[in-house]
Every structure is written in C-alpha cells, then in structure tokens.
Write a protein that binds this ligand. Structure first.
Ligand code: NAP
Length: 242
C-alpha cells in the first residue's frame, strides 16, 4: 500500500489532488480542519476511483494537533510510511498593510507557512529511511509576484517557495524530491468572493483554472516520471505572470 497525505483535502484543489492520487493507486489520508461532511465527500470520490482512504482531522497551524494526529496514525501503521505529502491547506485574509490586524497576519502565516515545518519535519524521516518520497507544496502566483491586499498571504507563500528550494537541496541525494506548484486564479471556495469577470480579463487564457488542472501537475510531481525534478516551482496560471 502506498500512502499519500493531502492537507486540506476536503475541498477545492485538495479534493482534486486526492482524487488524482487515488487514480494513481495511492491510499489517501484526507486532512481537513472543520468540514467533516466535505471530507467525507472527498473520501467517497476517492473510493469511486477504486482506491481507499481515511479522514485525518487536524489544524495544520497547530504543531501540537499536527504531531498528535500524525503520531497516532504512525503508531497504528508501524509498517507503513507516507510516501507523498501534499502541503495544500491554506487560507487567505486579505487587507491592505495599513489596515492589517496582527491576527490577520499571524493566522495566514501560521496556516500557510508554519504548517510546512510542522508536517514536513514530522514525515521526512521515514521518507529518508525508505529513500523515496515526494513533497509537493501548493503555493501561489501571489507568492511569486506579490498581490496588493495580500501582504500576509504573499509573504507566507514566498516563504514556502524559499523553503521548497532549500529543503530540495538538503535531501536530494536520498531520492526525496521537493517541489512547489503555483496556481493563478482557480475556481474554488477560496476565490468565490472575487470578481471573476473583471479578473479573467487579465488572464491570457481568459478564464479561471479548474482544480483538476492543478491536480494534474501535482500528480506528475508525485509520479516516478518526475524523479529528476526537484526544487522547482511550476506555474499553473493560464499565462498570468505579471
Ligand atoms: P479552499 O477551497 O478554500 O479549501 C481550503 C482547504 O484547506 C479546505 O480543505 C480546508 O479544510 C483546508 N484548511 C484550511 N485551513 C486549515 C487548517 N488550519 N488546517 C487544516 N486544513 C485547513 O481552498 P483552495 O482554493 O482549494 O486552496 C488550496 C490551496 O491552494 C491553498 O494553499 C491556497 O492558498 C492555494 N491556492 C489557491 C488558489 C485559488 O485560486 N483557489 C490560487 C493559488 C493558490 P475545511 O474544509 O475543513 O475548512
């Protein structure tokens, strides 16, 4: 059995990634924070692909919750290890810097950036021992280009991009790859409050992306075909770079 953990697997891009990895034969650990019903819906879709999975609830922003949940899973599966980690869970709390509250800054940094450390550090040891692992971080156009109103989110995603490149070099010799996927505007709950008609006019392809279009790239990075790709940031943005 090959195991993959998808954080924020209950909705949006994380759901599409869970389905893609299930198609590739992975058993999926579907992490979520609050939305159990949606996580169960993802599990059902995973099963429809002929694979299986389980729900694993923890707040990625909490080191304690993360380590407790993953530790329990490991204790119950002594022979197993998580071979693919998709750090996908994320939030945005937009505000201009001038008006940004400490809480908006810290919540976004904790959930999008600190979670990378808590989860990756916990799972990396088994990947190194087994000399096989894939770590895929879902970042954002916002972390590459910076977007006004998103200083917290841009900083968090830029931080994960830097960490991706550093960690890739730390562990490349052990056949564990670390890459990032940077979506542009993708149609999910996260973007449903945005003015799509106005924003899509800026996108060369003239439309928002679909979660499945991000999941396809994550699937490639998780596959054996991507064995020589590490430290990369792959854009999935319909041509929107500036
Ligand atoms: P979404 O539809 O809002 O889903 C967010 C997911 O993250 C949900 O599964 C949610 O779980 C989970 N989550 C949020 N906070 C969490 C926490 N503290 N602990 C555990 N899980 C948590 O978002 P999305 O659009 O799919 O975004 C997925 C990733 O892509 C994020 O990292 C986001 O920053 C990135 N991204 C998205 C876009 C876009 O246009 N949509 C563009 C660039 C990058 P619950 O269901 O339990 O709440």
């Amino acid at each position: 059995m090959k195991y993959a953990l998808v954080t924020g697997g209950s909705r949006g891009i994380g759901r599409a990634v869970s389905i893609k990895l299930a198609e590739m034969g992975y058993f999926i650990l579907i992490n979520y924070h609050a939305n159990q019903q949606e996580a169960e819906n993802t599990l059902q879709l995973v099963r429809e692909k002929g694979s299986d999975g389980e729900l694993i609830k923890f707040d990625v922003a909490s080191q304690e919750e993360t380590e407790t949940a993953l530790g329990k899973w490991q204790a119950a599966h002594e022979e197993a290890y998580i071979r693919v980690l998709v750090n996908n869970a994320g939030i945005r709390k937009d505000a201009l810097v001038m008006w940004m509250k400490n809480e908006e800054w810290h919540d976004v940094i904790n959930t999008n950036l600190h979670s990378f450390l808590y989860i990756t550090r916990f799972l990396i040891k088994d990947m190194l021992i087994n000399k096989m692992g894939r770590i895929i971080n879902v970042v954002s156009l916002s972390g590459l280009k910076g977007l006004p109103g998103q200083a917290n989110y841009s900083a968090a995603k830029a931080g994960v991009i830097g960490a991706t490149k550093a960690l890739a070099q730390e562990i490349a010799k052990k056949n564990v790859t670390v890459n990032a996927v940077a979506p542009g505007f993708i149609r999910t709950d996260m973007t449903k409050d945005l003015d799509e008609p106005q924003l899509k006019a800026m996108i060369p392809m003239g439309r928002f992306g679909k979660p499945e279009e991000v999941a396809a790239v994550v699937g490639f990075l998780a596959s054996d075909e991507a064995s020589y790709v590490t430290g990369a940031v792959i854009n999935v943005n319909g041509g929107l770079y500036t």
